[in-house]
Design a protein around this ligand. Structure first.
Ligand code: NAD
Length: 435
């Protein structure tokens, strides 16, 4: 199959590289010349484990190319995937579909024969209808099928998720040719049975939002239970295990922490609320999840301040981990941003370490000193805070840290360290949902 992938971000680049690894001919398109130039030098515009090797081998095999020229990529393709960003629209939380519609118009102008247009971007219910309408408006009489194929990969484990998905959702409204093309594109995934779930286009669009809202709800639920654990002297790690072993509940997404962040859950929950509102169907659970999570991110700053005695004016806080989760450089809506803001507002000085996120963080936060080792973050600080559970922070020399901190305070917002170990090292410990 010949595939054009529009957008070489976290989703487009991984999807394009994996499709080419399946044996398809893939052209990845981005309007950002710097990204395409970097890819031509095999420099990845994002950090995703294993992506550089996957890209290099498929480029060498001649199956994967990069261009800024959308027209040439779409010309002769069997399918064109739209994988551009759909951020929150400023002010109202609706998904900003301007990139999707702009790409659609460009695609419409570039179509030269029958083609399947696939929205991989996360888009609200009804977007596929609008994409189809735009194409017919731009190019009346074109033979085109518009398909929804939302992506469920997780940053940090994206290649594995793409190649071994729990399911691939494909939304098509009665178009046998489009179904054949999509089946053929994903055929390399079939071992014993196909992971493809065919639905209507609107259903497929909604599945993506329902999945993200459900996962956000699970995280938010355990975070509230963590607060209750602190109040009643229970241990949230044991509660998570105790409920997660029940197959009906499942153990994933039950880790208490500083609240969900990242490029998907915050914007997708907001967009789902807008869809509910537009259709006079209030989604009160999701509403509560959004509010609780927002409040939680701010509360984490207060938690650190409380652990430091209540007054942090002129004090220094060392932060470990800035990205919203490990193994990515993505800083979008990371809980660290709210924590930094709360600490700075209270008069603290922040120095921070992150294995991959510093470059993006520098563009977002001000007056933070970035250091290149967790030990330097601790050196001379009045407290050390683990915000993101990178592997690099899981086996720190806690005695060394206790020795270099001005006051031996560790705030572990990811419950990485056992209390006894921290105590032995001479540190006082504040955790989440454990006393
Ligand atoms: P991103 O911001 O990393 O990448 C988007 C890319 O599209 C950018 O490089 C941008 O330059 C490019 N682009 C925009 N308009 C273009 C155009 N007209 N022509 C060519 N290139 C264009 O975004 P992302 O994180 O990859 O997310 C893409 C979509 O996938 C979003 O809808 C997101 O919600 C969804 N999604 C993301 C994840 C994730 O983990 N990041 C997971 C599942 C789904």
């Amino acid at each position: 199959m010949r595939i054009a992938m529009i957008g070489t971000g976290y989703v487009g680049l991984v999807s394009g590289a994996c499709f080419s690894d399946f044996g398809h001919d893939v052209v990845c398109v981005d309007k950002d010349q710097a990204k395409i130039d970097a890819l031509h030098r095999n420099v990845m515009p994002i950090y995703e484990p294993g992506l550089d090797v996957l890209v290099a081998s498929n480029v060498r095999a001649g199956r994967l190319t990069f261009t800024t020229d959308l027209k040439s990529a779409v010309d002769g393709a069997d399918a064109v995937f739209i994988a551009v960003g759909t951020p929150s629209r400023r002010g109202d939380g609706h998904a900003d579909l301007s990139y999707v519609y702009a790409a659609t118009r460009e695609i419409a102008q570039a179509i030269t024969g029958p083609i399947v247009v696939v929205t991989k971007s996360t888009v609200p219910v009804g977007t596929g209808d609008e994409v189809e309408r735009i194409i017919h408006e731009e190019r009346p009489g074109t033979t085109v099928a518009v398909v929804s194929n939302p992506e469920f990969l997780r940053e940090g484990a994206a290649i594995d998720d793409f190649k071994r998905p729990d399911r691939v959702v494909v939304g098509i409204n009665d178009d046998e040719r489009a179904r054949e093309v999509m089946s053929e594109i994903y055929r390399p995934l079939y071992l014993n049975s196909s992971p493809l779930l065919f639905t209507s286009r609107r259903t497929s669009e909604l599945i993506k939002y329902a999945a993200n809202a459900f996962l956000a709800t699970k995280i938010t639920f355990i975070n509230e239970i963590a607060d209750l654990c602190e109040a009643v002297g229970a241990d949230v790690k044991d509660v998570s295990r105790g409920i997660g072993l029940d197959n009906r509940i499942g153990s994933k997404f039950l880790h208490a922490g500083p609240g969900y962040g990242g490029s998907c859950f915050p914007k997708d929950t907001l967009a789902l609320l807008q869809t509910g509102g537009d259709n006079e169907t209030p989604l009160r659970i999701v509403e509560a999840v959004v509010q609780v999570n927002d409040a939680r991110k701010r509360a984490m700053g207060r938690k650190v301040i409380k652990a430091m005695g209540g007054d942090v004016r002129g004090k220094t806080v060392g932060l470990l981990g800035l990205t919203f989760k490990p193994n990515t450089d993505d800083m979008r809506d990371a809980p660290s941003l709210a924590i930094i803001q709360a600490l700075q507002d209270a008069g603290a000085v922040v120095k921070a370490h992150d294995p991959e996120g510093v470059e993006q963080a520098k563009r977002i936060v001000k007056d933070v000193e970035f250091v290149d080792s967790p030990y330097v973050a601790a050196d001379g600080a009045d407290a050390l805070v683990i915000v993101t559970e990178w592997d690099a922070y899981r086996a720190l020399d806690l005695r060394r840290i206790a020795g270099t901190l001005k006051t031996p305070i560790l705030v572990d917002l990811r419950n990485v360290y056992p209390k006894a170990e921290v105590k032995r090292a001479g540190l006082t410990l504040t955790q989440v949902g454990r006393v």
